[in-house]
Design a protein around this ligand. Structure first.
Ligand code: HSE
Length: 439
């Protein structure tokens, strides 16, 4: 058997401690499968004295992550510090420059500097593995990087944030408020330290940027992602979706279009009978659409210490076995600058919820404004305004909800039509608009 692979871990939070526990617990099994043992020989974290849920007695403590990254004893640097800047960035660069392979779960750093880090890894003949950065235990990075070579990928989309899916699921099933569900997600440890990062869609956007690069062979570009979160979604939207045969999910979608690669994260109506609509709770799901083959959907735990640790350990095991791929599936120099498709040109169906003033002519005005933009309606539902008091006056102008589903149109057309409806003064609040994504 070859000499053990020596690992240094930077960051001993929930994931770091779980990686250490998993490597210890599976030491013999891993040695059997990889042909060599994997030993954690050194660690670093922000606070040395903290009580941790992992056995660290035989590990050397190093104060500085950059020093650990360059440590001559280690073969692999496992970066679990997080964040797009230093010390994670400096440490990862130091490790790669020293020719050491890197395993990381750091989506923020990859989404911002992925192409440059891949070039550095290539230059120094080091591996850069990041399965844990997207979908935790779901092997989507390997699927896109190593398995999908035979056909051109046209679309990658999915539920990339466990916290948001958990919140939407509990709101829908238990009719709880957004705030109550968010507190529960935080208590259970799904949400990021700053939960706005999850609920405003930025976590999904970073993951989507990584997936788009792997799928389309482009340089990772987080700024190319159009981002909207779920904080504006109400129980009224979930009820309307249910009634119309849809469910609301926060989706990340990267798709090849005539005008370039469209990358977007936003609340999305998906048909209730689609496979993505069945994915509930903290579970993530990612679908790959490629030419000539039916879609492939991977479903699994997308958050949590053990789920993330299992992807990190699997990446370490690949290095131990001597399995190496280019970080983004092709030489760094071949990663193209992606042509960003403008969101205004996005085409699809739309759900629109309006609070319409209940007086003659309102429906006609709305219909006219939509028709002017060539928008065709698939369905329209107007809620009645309740029982009028006996003998009472008609409460002209009292607002009532109107829900519309459109056939495929463009973002530009919908925005123009709704701006005109608002200017006409026939609605009482800014319209709610949710894009529809078909299977
Ligand atoms: N906060 C993330 C989520 C965890 O809810 O999916 C892993 O990225």
């Amino acid at each position: 058997m070859s000499a053990p692979l020596k690992v240094g871990i930077a960051g001993l939070g929930t994931v770091g401690a779980a990686v250490k526990r998993m490597l210890d617990a599976r030491r013999d099994a891993l040695a059997g499968r990889c042909g060599r043992a994997v030993d954690v020989v050194a660690v670093t974290a922000r606070t040395k004295s903290k009580q941790r849920d992992a056995e660290l007695v035989r590990c050397r403590w190093v104060d500085d992550p950059v020093a650990l990254a360059r440590d001559p004893e280690i073969d692999v640097f496992v970066e679990l510090i997080g964040g797009e800047g230093d010390p994670a960035k400096a440490a990862m660069e130091a490790a790669l420059a020293a020719g050491k392979s890197v395993v990381t779960a750091n989506k923020a750093l990859l989404a911002r500097h992925g192409a440059a880090l891949a070039a550095l890894a290539e230059q120094h003949n080091a591996a850069l593995n990041f399965e844990a950065s997207v979908g935790a235990a779901i092997p989507i990075v390997k699927t896109l990087r190593d398995s999908q070579r035979g056909s051109a990928i046209e679309r990658v989309y999915g539920i990339l944030n466990g916290t948001c899916n958990y919140i939407l699921t509990r709101m829908e099933r238990e009719r709880l408020s957004f705030e109550v569900c968010l507190k529960e997600a935080q208590r259970l440890g799904y949400a990021e330290a700053d939960p706005s990062f999850d609920i405003e869609g930025f976590d999904s956007a970073q993951k989507l940027a990584i997936l788009a690069s792997l799928a389309f062979g482009t340089r990772v570009d987080q700024d190319a992602v159009h981002v909207e979160g779920i904080s504006s979604i109400t129980l009224a939207d979930l009820d309307a979706a249910d009634e119309l045969g849809y469910r609301v999910k926060l989706l990340g979608v990267a798709v090849r279009t005539d005008t370039g690669i469209e990358q977007r994260v936003h609340p999305t109506m998906v048909p209730k009978d689609s496979s993505i609509a069945q994915v509930m709770g903290v579970t993530n799901a990612i679908t790959v659409d490629a030419a000539e083959i039916d879609p492939i959907t991977l479903v699994g735990p997308g958050a949590g210490g053990m789920a993330t640790a299992s992807a990190v350990v699997s990446d370490i095991a690949d290095i131990a076995r001597g399995v190496r791929s280019a970080p983004f599936g092709r030489p760094a120099a071949d990663l193209a600058v992606s042509e960003k498709a403008p969101m205004q040109r996005h085409e699809g169906g739309y759900y629109i919820r309006l609070l319409a003033r209940d007086r003659p002519g309102t429906a006609a005005t709305i219909a006219t404004r939509l028709a002017e933009q060539n928008i065709s309606m698939e369905s329209i539902v107007q809620r009645h305004r309740g029982v009028r008091p006996q003998g009472g006056d008609r409460p002209g102008g009292a607002p009532v909800p109107v829900i519309l589903i459109t056939y495929a149109t463009t973002e530009d057309a919908v925005r123009t039509a709704l701006a005109a409806v608002e200017a006409d003064g026939v609605i009482a609040e800014t319209p709610q608009l949710i894009r529809i994504e078909k299977d």
